[in-house]
Design a protein around this ligand. Sequence first.
Ligand code: PMP
Length: 373
Amino acid sequence: MVSLDQLPLRPELRGRTPYGAPQVPATYRLNTNENPHPLPVELLADLGAALGHAALELNRYPDRDAVALRADLAHYLSRTSGEAVEPAQVWAANGSNEILQQVLQAFGGAGRRALGFTPSYSMHPIISAGTGTGWVDGHRRADFTIDVDAAVAQVRELRPDVVFVTSPNNPTGTAVALETITAIHDATEGVVVVDEAYAEFARAGTPSALTLLPGRPRLIVSRTMSKAFGMAGLRLGYLAADAAVVDALQLVRLPYHLGSLTQAAARAAPAHTDALLATVDAVKAERDRIVEALPQLGLTSVPSDANFVLFGHVADAGKAWQALLDRGVLVRDVGLPGWLRVTAGTAEETDAFLTALSEIAADHRTTLGESDA
Ligand code: PMP
C-alpha cells in the first residue's frame, strides 16, 4: 500500500484524520451516545414482518422519494412538537450525517463557506471539507454557551452560506435558546441548520426549533433515529424545512439513496413511538443522576439536555480517560482540555461509571477554575 501523500488527493483533504471514536473493547461503552435499551419486542415483531414483506420486492428499486416514510416522520414531528409539519417538508437519508452532507452539497460547495460554533459536532467541519465547503469556527463563551451578540456579529461579518447550530449541543449537552437561533437566522442570508439529533432528551420546557419553521424558508431542522429511537444501526436521519429545501436536496441526492429495507424498517418504528420514547425518560433520569453525583466527587458538568454529560474538571483528560477504561468504562475524550463526555444509559451503566469515577476522581480532578477549557 502506498501512503496517502502519493495519491492525487484533493489538497484540502491532505493531512486530515477520519472521524471516529476509538472502537475499544470495554464492558461499558459510554462513548458514542447510543441508546442502550433494546428495542421493544412488539416493534421487533413488526420489524421482522416489514423486512420480510419488503424483501419480496428486492428485485425492484425502492421508492426513490420515500413518500410513505416521510409521511410517518411528518406525523411524528407534528405530534411531538405541536407544530404542523407536512410530508412535503420532510426529507430522509442514511443517518443525519447524510442529511447534512446533502444540505452542504446543495447550499455549500466550492467557493462557499459554513460556520459552526465550536466545540460542536465534529462532523460538521468534516462534511464541509468533503463537499469543498470552507469552514469557519464560530465562538462560544468559556461556559460553552453561545453569546448571541458575538454570534450575530460574526455571521454579519463572514456572510456564511450555511450556519450550523447544534441544539442540544454535542459534546457540551446544552440546548440553544430559540431567540439565539432566530437572531442568527435573521443575521444571515444563508441556510441555518439546527442539528437536533438529541432533541428528544431535552429537559422539560425546551422547545424544538421546529416551532420556528413557519415563515423561515432558510431554516432546516435535522433529526435522527440513531439516538432517542435507539436505532443507530438502521442509519436513518431526516429533516424538516420548507418544501422548497426538500426540492433543492433532490438535485443532489443519489437516486434510490434510501434502500427499501431501510425504509421498511424505519416505517415500523413510528407505530411504537410511545414505547420507544419511554426509554428516553429512563435515560434522562440516569443523565440527571450522573449530573447530581458529580459534585460529591469534586467534579462539575455542563447543563445537559442530551443523553450524555460533559464532566470535568480533570487535570489530564487523556489520563482520566485511560484510568476509567482500565476499570472497564469507555467514555469519550472529545479533545477539550479538562473535560470528558459520558453517555447516559442504563442504571447499571451509571453505577459502573460512578463507581469507577469515585475510585479515580481524587487522583485526576483539578481545582475548579484551574482548567484551561
Ligand atoms: N448530529 C449530531 C449532533 C450527532 O452527535 C450525531 C451522531 N453522533 C449526528 C448528527 C449523526 O447521527 P446519525 O448520522 O447517526 O443520524
